[in-house]
Design a protein around this ligand. Structure first.
Ligand code: DQA
Length: 161
């Protein structure tokens, strides 16, 4: 396929946002988060994105402000956001507000089932401003979340149903 055809077959662009400490995946609490690194997870997501004919851009930051800026910069540029806010899930009004300001659909994902863990992880400040949440399936949470997000974006395109 030519570069031009490949480009024109891309249906949407999605920003994948990873919060703090996810850069340590593969070495961090592997009993909870598994052995895959963040690069492994993003590689798998890229393969799936190709099958779904969407393109993804992935960013990881340990800084709340950088995550807020990344979500802000997605306005008008990406058709949807897949986000694992990590520890900021439970604390960040700023990330919640940035999600609220974003006009497209947002899907929240977690590797672990946050409802089976410590009580402070049971509350997500993003969950009720996201389209939905996928938690507890390890790396599959990202893949299920991407499929769900692409479905929501496609359903919003006139003439797609
Ligand atoms: C996490 C769950 C959060 O509670 C935790 O702080 C993380 C990872 C997950 O993917 O399971 O860093 O978001």
């Amino acid at each position: 396929m030519s570069a031009q055809n490949r480009k024109s077959s891309i249906l949407s662009s999605i920003l994948v946002v990873h919060g703090p400490n996810l850069n340590l995946l593969g070495t961090r609490e592997t009993d909870v988060y598994g052995a895959l690194t963040l690069d492994d997870i993003v590689d798998r997501l890229r393969t799936l994105a190709g099958e779904l004919r969407v393109e993804i851009e992935s960013i990881q930051s340990n800084s709340e402000g950088d995550l807020v800026s990344a979500i802000q910069s997605a306005r008008g540029k990406y058709d949807g956001i897949l986000i694992n806010p990590a520890a900021y899930t439970h604390t960040s009004v700023a990330i919640r507000d940035a999600v609220l300001a974003y006009e497209g659909p947002v899907v929240e994902v977690h590797l672990s089932n946050i409802y089976k863990r410590e009580e402070f992880r049971h509350k997500s400040l993003v969950a009720d401003v996201a389209v939905g949440q996928v938690a507890g399936f390890g790396p599959h949470s990202y893949e299920l979340g991407l499929r769900a997000l692409v479905g929501v974006i496609a359903a919003a395109v006139p003439g797609s149903k």
